[in-house]
Design a protein around this ligand. Structure first.
Ligand code: NCD
Ligand code: ZN
Ligand code: ZN
Length: 460
């Protein structure tokens, strides 16, 4: 038994929309035929064949499946917040076909056994390709390197390593980690936060933190670590990735490093492209996040940096937390926001609709470039014949309220509830089968069976 063939009719390809501000309808409409997990035909006016499921994509924009380089799936250890299954369902609802799962689980993803377990859970669920990230240091303690080589050589073939949630603070350990991953083309993804400069910090440092009586989190705590690490990466000749960059100053450091030819890439989260520290006035812990929401000037600088290509990718930093950890006083609340289901709408709102990027650039930011940084194998380079059928169809149109029904994971700590947001993900196709069908998640058992079939067919 193979998965049903699909015929997508009348889509506009993001890749054809290279001009900023272009109306999606200005691109030619394209049909895609999908069989055996791959795009087998691309053209106009393709005729349906027997047994094929026809998807009417009139008015929809097609992108290669979104790839999140920074997702917290919380399993093993924090299954009350999220599991691999629930997190990848949220991913599919958001248009993602692959996610990189951060290492701050319990036990930590610091051994071949744990990363293989996380990868297997993802394979079995089938909603998205799960690529585990390995911890840089044992138990994220920042003292000894974890078994990086064993994780790289394991079945999970880990290429991205991060202590995210914590900064690799010791410069010698950072140096050794960069040297190690260089041997197999891996990358260190740094959570840039000097721990000494941010002890007890609760929000961005500035006039507002004084006014609100909350301990400040200075921009320099982020910028100084980025500056040190780009110099180390240059010295070693290794790849460095900066997680959730959040200040105008960080942009300048990365710009400088790139001009020198340092192999550095940077990510920004959707929330740092739209929300500012002003929201903290409410003392609503939904706005408590690491790194903290910054100033209006920072938000503007981050958008510009995306437009200029100084920032390479958008990553969600989907950080689910249970209600108890968020419905409490600001000081004791957990840091983090969910983001998989809202990433595309926020990117449309802040970048595409503002003319900062084209749809084609959006595909680069949310799909092509994160796949490249993470060395994701089998990801389609384009929606073209012979490529793996991993794609998303988006309705770019009218704003609608982002409500609880839009959140498909276990946790509901979204800062966007009640906001009017543009863009709805209508269909997500992974390895040739649907995970999201007309805005509705395909059933768990159906997806698991389709994934098993696709794996047998060796779709990649
Ligand atoms: N972003 C957050 O505020 N929280 C993340 C950790 C992290 O990304 O640093 C988490 O794991 O909850
Ligand atoms: Zn982090
Ligand atoms: Zn994170």
């Amino acid at each position: 038994m193979s998965n049903p063939d699909l015929l997508i009719r009348g889509a506009r390809l993001a890749a054809d929309l290279t001009e900023r501000g272009a109306d999606p309808r200005s691109a030619a409409s394209v049909d895609l035929r999908i069989s055996g997990g791959r795009i087998v035909e691309r053209g106009a006016e393709l005729q349906p064949r027997e047994g094929e499921r026809v998807i009417d994509a009139e008015g929809l924009v097609a992108l290669t499946g979104l790839v999140d380089l920074h997702t917290h799936l919380r399993e093993p250890g924090f299954e009350q917040s999220e599991t691999v299954l629930t997190g990848t369902r949220a991913a599919a609802a958001g248009g993602f076909t692959s996610v990189f799962a951060m290492a701050n689980t319990m036990p930590v993803q610091d051994t071949a056994g744990v990363v293989e377990q996380v990868q297997s859970l993802g394979d079995a669920a089938g909603y998205a390709t799960v690529r585990p990230i390995g911890a840089v240091t044992e138990d994220l303690a920042g003292e000894r390197l974890s078994e990086i080589g064993a994780m790289a050589q394991s079945r999970a073939a880990v290429r991205v390593f991060s202590d995210d949630g914590k900064c690799v603070h010791d410069p010698l350990l950072m140096r050794r980690a960069l040297e190690y991953v260089k041997t197999f083309d891996g990358v260190i993804a740094q959570h840039a936060q000097d721990p000494r400069l941010t002890e007890g910090s609760q929000m961005n440092e500035g006039a507002l933190s004084s006014e609100l009586g909350l301990k400040g989190w200075p921009a320099v705590a982020e910028e100084s670590i980025i500056a040190r690490d780009v110099l180390l990466a240059e010295h070693i000749g290794a790849r460095l990735h900066i997680c959730h960059l959040s200040t105008a100053g960080s942009v300048e450091v990365v710009r400088w490093a790139k001009a020198r030819g340092v192999q550095v890439t940077a990510e920004v989260t959707p929330h740092h492209l739209i929300l500012t520290e002003e929201l903290v006035r409410s003392y609503d812990p939904r706005y408590k996040v690491n790194p903290p929401l910054r100033r209006e000037e920072d938000v503007r600088a981050l958008r510009r940096a995306v437009a200029e290509g100084v920032i390479d990718i958008i990553a969600t930093d989907h950080a689910p937390h249970p209600v108890e950890a968020k419905e409490c006083e600001w000081d004791v609340a957990a840091f983090g926001m969910v983001g998989l289901e809202s990433a595309l709408p926020i990117a449309l709102l802040t970048l595409v609709n503002e003319g900062h990027t084209s749809w084609a650039e959006l595909e680069t930011l949310l799909s092509q470039k994160p796949a490249e940084i993470g060395r994701l194998e089998g990801h389609p380079a384009a929606l073209a014949e012979g490529e793996s059928a991993d794609l998303v169809l988006v309705d770019p149109g009218g704003a609608s309220e982002f409500d609880l029904a839009r959140l498909r994971g276990l946790s509901v700590n979204s800062p966007y509830l009640g906001m009017e947001l543009p863009g709805r993900v209508a269909y997500t196709v992974r390895r040739g089968y649907l995970t999201l069908d007309g805005g509705a998640l395909v059933e768990t058992a159906t997806v698991a069976a389709a994934a098993a079939t696709a794996a047998l067919e060796g779709a990649r």
